[in-house]
Design a protein around this ligand. Structure first.
Ligand code: AOF
Ligand code: ZN
Length: 379
C-alpha cells in the first residue's frame, strides 16, 4: 500500500495526540514523550502518552485500552512507531498484532534504529500509513528529543523578563520582580517540562535563586540546576548549594580558573583555592564539571551525552549573550512587564524591537499585566 491520503479529521485527532504528548514532556528521560490516540468511527477508543521514565511507549498502552476495538481502527501517533527491539518490543509490531487498519504519523523518527523502518513494517503488513500530519506542531512537541538526536545537544530556550524601560534588573539589589504572578506560574510550568536550567555565577550570587519548580504537585519535576561558575565562586550558603541534595546542582568551572567575561569576578584564582572550593562544593552534594566556559557548545555536548534534551537559560545578561552569540539559542521567550526600573538598571541583552535575525515570531500571549512573545530559530 502506498502513501495514504490525509483525511479531513486527521488534523483534529493529531492535535489531540500532540496535546496528550505534552503531559509528560520532560518526564520521560531520554525517550521522547509521544502521544497516541486510537480512533474508531470518529470516536477515541484508546489514548496514551509515553509513561514517566520513558516506558512503556505510548502505542501499547493506547492499544490495550482500545482492546478489540482497535481492529480496523486508525492510530494517530506523534512520532513514527518504533521498529526496534529495545527495552520494549517494537510498537509497529503491536499495531500490526491488534489489527489496526490505518496509522497516521506526525514526525518520522531520526533514531537510527527506527528511521523509516517503523513505517515500512506497517506498510509491509498492509496497513495504510499517512505521515507529516501537523508536522510543525509535532516537531515543536518533540523539540528536545529531535535536537538531541540530530544535533547532539539539548534544545535551548532563552527566557528573559524585560521591564518597560528595557532592563532585566537593578545593580546590587538582588531579584527584582518584573513580571506578575500569572507569568511567574507560566515560567514554573516551563521549568517543569525542561530537563536542565542554567544561570551565570553573577545571577547566582546576586539573586540567590532556587531555580526549582514550586507549583503544588509539580515539585518533583524540578530541572537539574547548572551554574556557569568559572572560578567556583558559588557560596556554600547559597540556596542552590543548600538544596543540592534534594535537586541536583552542577557547577561548570573553567579548566584553568579564568573568569568568564567579567561575570566571574575579579582575578584568576590560585589552583589551591580552586581545589579547596571544589572539595567543599562536592562535600555539599554539588557536582563540579570542568569545561571551557567560552565554548558553550562543549558544555551542551556534555549535557546531551548524559541525556539532557532541553535546557532553559534564565540569566543573566552575559550568559544570555554567550549563548546568543554562539548561535545556540533555539527559542526565545521574552516577557515584558509594565514595571519601570530607572536608574541603576541592568540593560537587557535583547530588546523586543531588536530580535536577532533568523528568529521567527511564533506568538504573543498575555499573562495578567505582562506579555510574552515567543520566537523560534528558523532552520
Ligand atoms: C514509540 N513510542 O512512545 C516512544 C518511542 O530505549 P527504548 O527501547 O525505550 O527505545 C527508545 C526509542 O524509542 C527512542 O529513541 C525513540 O526512537 C522511540 N520512542 N517510540 O514507538 C513511544 N517514546
Ligand atoms: Zn515504541
Amino acid at each position: 500500500m502506498g502513501e495514504g491520503i490525509a483525511r479531513p479529521e486527521d488534523e483534529r485527532f493529531m492535535a489531540a495526540a500532540i496535546r496528550l504528548s505534552r503531559w509528560h514532556t520532560g518526564q520521560t528521560s531520554t525517550n521522547p514523550s509521544v502521544g497516541c490516540v486510537i480512533v474508531r468511527d470518529g470516536v477515541i477508543v484508546g489514548r496514551a502518552v509515553t509513561a514517566h521514565g520513558g516506558r512503556p511507549h505510548a502505542e501499547p498502552q493506547a492499544l490495550a485500552e482500545a482492546g478489540e476495538l482497535a481492529r480496523g481502527a486508525t492510530a494517530y501517533v506523534t512520532l513514527e512507531p518504533c521498529s526496534h527491539h529495545g527495552k520494549t518490543p517494537p510498537c509497529a509490531e503491536a499495531l500490526i498484532a491488534y489489527g489496526v487498519g490505518r496509522v497516521v504519523i506526525s514526525v518520522t523518527d531520526p533514531d537510527i534504529r527506527v528511521s523509516g523502518r517503523g513505517i515500512s513494517m506497517l506498510r509491509d503488513a498492509g496497513i495504510e500509513v499517512t505521515t507529516g500530519v501537523l508536522e510543525e506542531q509535532g516537531r515543536q512537541s518533540l523539540a528536545g528529543y529531535l535536537t538531541r538526536q540530530t544535533k547532539n545537544r539539548p534544545y535551548v530556550t532563552l527566557k528573559l523578563a524585560v521591564s518597560a524601560d528595557g532592563m532585566i534588573g537593578r545593580k546590587g539589589v538582588g531579584q527584582v520582580a518584573i513580571t506578575g504572578p500569572e507569568a511567574r506560574a507560566q515560567v514554573q510550568a516551563l521549568r517543569a517540562e525542561t530537563d536542565a536550567i542554567l544561570v551565570g555565577i553573577g545571577t547566582a550570587i546576586s539573586d540567590d535563586p532556587l531555580l526549582t519548580v514550586r507549583t503544588p504537585g509539580l515539585e518533583v519535576q524540578s530541572p537539574v540546576r547548572i551554574v556557569l561558575d568559572p572560578m567556583l565562586a558559588l557560596p556554600l550558603t547559597s540556596k542552590l548549594v543548600e538544596t543540592a541534595r534534594e535537586v541536583p546542582v552542577i557547577v561548570v568551572a573553567s579548566e584553568d580558573g579564568s573568569p568568564l567575561g567579567t561575570e566571574g569576578g575579579n582575578t584568576p584564582t590560585e589552583p589551591a583555592a580552586i581545589d579547596s572550593r571544589h572539595a567543599a562544593l562536592e562535600a555539599a552534594g554539588v557536582e563540579v564539571l570542568y569545561c571551557n566556559p567560552y565554548h558553550p557548545e562543549v558544555l551542551l555536548l556534555a549535557l546531551a551525552t548524559r541525556g539532557i534534551s532541553s535546557l532553559l537559560v534564565e540569566g543573566g545578561a552575559k550568559t544570555a549573550k554567550l549563548f546568543l552569540e554562539a548561535g545556540l539559542v533555539d527559542r526565545i521567550q521574552l516577557y515584558q512587564g509594565p514595571v519601570v526600573i530607572g536608574d541603576g538598571g541592568i540593560e537587557s541583552p535583547l530588546q523586543p524591537t531588536d530580535i536577532p535575525s533568523g528568529f521567527a515570531h511564533r506568538g504573543t500571549y498575555i499573562f495578567g499585566a505582562d506579555r510574552l512573545d515567543e520566537y523560534e530559530r528558523e532552520n
